[in-house]
Write a protein that binds this ligand. Sequence first.
Ligand code: FAD
Length: 349
Amino acid sequence: MAGNHTWCFHRSDLSTEEMSLLQDLVSHCWNSYHVAFPQHLRHFTSDYMAIESQDFAKKLMAMYLDSISLNQTIEVNKKTGDLTLNGNLIETDLTIDARGWCDEKISAHRAYQKFVGWEVEFSRDIDSSSVFLMDAKVEQIDGYRFMYTLPYSPKRFLVEDTYYSNDGEINFSAIEERLKKYIGTNYDEDFKILRKEYGSLPLELGEPIPPLANYNSRYIAIGTQAGIAHPTTGYSLPSLLQQLTALGLTEKGFKIDEAAHRNFNHLVVSKNQQSFFRLLNRMLFLASEPEQRVQIMDRFYTLPESLIQNFYRGKLSGLEKFKILALKPPVPLLKAMRCLSERTQLHYG
Ligand SMILES: Cc1cc2nc3c(=O)[nH]c(=O)nc-3n(C[C@H](O)[C@H](O)[C@H](O)COP(=O)(O)OP(=O)(O)OC[C@H]3O[C@@H](n4cnc5c(N)ncnc54)[C@H](O)[C@@H]3O)c2cc1C
């Protein structure tokens, strides 16, 4: 139940209504955080939150024990909404498909945010006052690389080594060696590993796959199964909450017969809104050399805090988009021009 994840988000990613849905599930909340680059360190004073999957599972089981059936593999006919378990058809008014990342829904033209994280317990108390969402002062390897540190308590930390890379392959032995060294150098060498997590999240570069337009069906896809995630971070929690509220799934008078239609409209609008983020991805992954990516991120983090918040929320104004482009990324002009169209088939490097 709930897998082996930590789901994090900025409080500013969510509206008050969206936050009210998650409030009781939050495991940790920090009031400030840092980002560190070779050229500058910046301190933000806004809320950042984490949901630990063990916590999430416990709370869900307590609330919905009677309606949860574990360890079952279901099959879904996406055209009709028919749901089958062990070959037996299950009667449903509406099938909501949340089976996670689905290759057929995301552009084949993609890069990756990949990471390996260790939740560790130190033998002594460590200074736990600083959250680092990005410490990019580390050696740049395999694209843009940064360390991510969330102190849960003076003894318990989550530390992740993250790469914005052209490929999704994770070299576990090399990355874990770097993680061990980073934790030992920056915190303490005396720790034990409580849990490991890893991910390789696709970041779309090209034109998205259109959503399935079968208004009359009893089927809707949500979350990453619907292909919605922030194109530049691969994170899906804020976009899922936006989708649930747009569909009215959280309202008392939810109308099943309107669901597929509303879902289709929501997906079309959100995929269009994301086109600017796919453009930024092409600048980052196609126009720039892997070792230059850190400079692009460094410049981005000099922008106003409200703009950075809107970036993560996935909702930028026209002026904010202009300000990002006006940063003049350190990439060759011709390569940048070639990245403008979503349809242009480009190659790395
Ligand atoms: C390690 C990790 C950390 C992440 N951290 C963040 C984060 O901090 N913030 C953020 O916004 N995003 C994060 N993401 C990205 C994304 O938000 C998560 O992957 C998120 O869990 C996706 O949610 P989902 O509900 O769409 O799919 P999933 O969480 O993948 O859930 C799909 C569920 O469906 C089940 N399933 C699949 N097929 C079947 C079947 N045939 N029958 C029955 N069950 C099935 C799976 O077992 C799984 O339980 C992270 C991803 C990973 C891998």
